[in-house]
Ligand binder design. Structure first.
Ligand SMILES: [Zn+2]
Length: 450
């Protein structure tokens, strides 16, 4: 993976611990620069991306079961008016997640682990609360407000892919994505709002907290790694106590834990499913062939350069950086909230002394310092000519974000009156041959203004 130079680090704002108020806390969505429509659009695009990488189960019984529980919850005012969808993912890990605007997913492992229907309702209510409180886009707003206001505010209103625009902010769908992993304050709010939703739907809200507590105890007892749900939804402290306090403030009611027989039947259905695919975790890079150039080309002009690029790749211009990244969605990999490039190109210009060999060496040393796994494959580079200008081509092997293979990075540096023009061509080794003609066409078409 090649780190982009233009992205800024992100700060996760950890909200202070939850206060034990006597009155129900007023829970509202936080500051958000996205519109409701943008939440929904972003959720649709993210869902399309994620569903390429997880196995969604199409089982009528399971779908009907989860949707029956979910519809009781989404009917409550706390859920807001979002186009919710609920799908079951064939994955033994205990997890659930929701995307902005409504798409929500429940792992089969969670259905197997639940003790009663109310616990499943609790997890769903918690996820619905994240959507309704718009935690994903609120977090991006908090982390990236300046950049959004400075540059993207306008662009976000125009068409184009929301995911692509977020990638420009360095926000992807990977591990620790701002869209999917929330602060403890947000977790606490989702617990409380979810508990209210459950209570109104007739489910015993304390079962939500009990389920989370059970996961925490399992983790402690086994000493194994944290269940996925807890790592995506970190505990804001004593969940049972906080939810119990919330329940105390609710009108007394005859809550239900749901239908016992139904759950056992569903757990049987889960057992009968085909083995889940081998850990195809969408939080790592997926199938690199989905990013392969499609043979058609588009022209990009901007940042002082013009270049033809594969039509199925997108252009990402870093704010304030004299660099553009042109890459397929599948080539963007989340690195703690920043987008690294595992497949694609980075083109830019950097200051130079006019001595091509020396400037190339300086540039490559900088790159290798930022990317510790890069190892030269052709020492000293190869002299070439690009549109009549002297250039050097250096090849490197690197760690690939794609499973079981290494990455090839070809770094082309070209002498130019304005400085040293560089073009980094990144691909997993398995895609190197397939991408080669497109990289060559990009090089031939590259023009940098004088
Ligand atoms: Zn959560």
């Amino acid at each position: 993976m090649i780190r982009r130079t233009g992205t800024l680090g992100l700060t996760l704002l950890m909200a202070a611990g939850m206060a034990m108020a006597q009155k129900p806390k007023n829970i509202k969505p936080g500051w958000n620069l996205f519109s409701l429509e943008q939440d929904i659009q972003l959720g649709k695009e993210s869902a399309a991306q994620i569903e390429k990488q997880v196995q969604v189960i199409n089982n009528g019984d399971l779908n009907a079961y989860v949707n029956r529980i979910a519809s009781r919850l989404t009917a409550q005012p706390e859920a807001g008016k979002f186009p919710y969808t609920f799908k079951v993912v064939n994955d033994p890990s205990i997890n659930a997640f929701a995307l902005p605007g409504g798409p929500a997913y429940l792992h089969t492992g969670l259905i197997s682990a639940a003790e009663n229907e109310a616990q499943i309702a609790g997890v769903l209510a918690h996820e619905i609360a994240h959507v309704s409180l718009r935690h994903g886009t609120a977090q991006v707003t908090k982390g990236q407000a300046l950049q959004m206001i400075a540059g993207l505010g306008g662009a976000m209103l125009g068409g184009g892919s929301m995911l692509g625009q977020l990638a420009q902010l360095g926000v992807g769908l990977g591990a620790n994505s701002l869209l999917l992993k929330f602060s403890r304050g947000a977790e606490s709010d989702a617990d409380l709002l979810g508990a209210r939703m459950m209570a109104k739907a007739g489910y015993d809200p304390i079962e939500m907290a009990r389920f989370f507590q059970k996961l925490e105890e399992q983790e402690k007892a086994s000493g194994r790694s944290t269940p996925q749900f807890l790592s995506d939804h970190p505990s804001p402290g004593n969940r049972v106590k906080a939810v119990s306090a919330e329940v105390q403030m609710m009108p007394k009611n005859n809550y239900s834990r749901g239908d016992e027989a139904d759950l056992r039947r569903m757990q049987g259905v889960v057992k009968g499913l085909p083995a889940p695919p081998k850990q195809t975790n969408f939080r790592q890079a997926g199938d690199p062939t989905t990013g392969r150039p499609n043979g058609q080309f588009k022209q990009f002009q901007g940042n002082g350069l013009s270049v033809a690029h594969p039509a199925n790749w997108e252009v990402f211009q870093s704010q304030g950086a004299s660099e553009v990244t042109i890459a397929p969605q599948a080539g963007l990999v989340d690195n703690n909230g920043n987008a690294d490039i595992a497949y694609g190109t980075i083109i830019g210009i950097t200051s130079a002394t006019g001595n091509l060999d020396k400037d190339t060496q300086t540039y490559i040393q900088q790159m290798m310092q930022q990317n510790k796994d890069m190892k030269p494959a052709n020492q000293g580079g190869q002299r070439v000519t690009v549109s009549g200008a002297p250039a050097v081509l250096n090849l490197f092997y690197n760690k690939s974000a794609f499973a079981n293979q290494r990455e090839v990075d070809a770094v082309l540096t070209i002498e130019h009156p304005k400085g040293l023009v560089y073009m980094i061509m990144i691909s997993p080794e398995s895609e190197y041959q397939a991408a080669q003609p497109s990289f060559e066409r990009m090089i031939q078409s590259l023009q940098v203004g004088r």
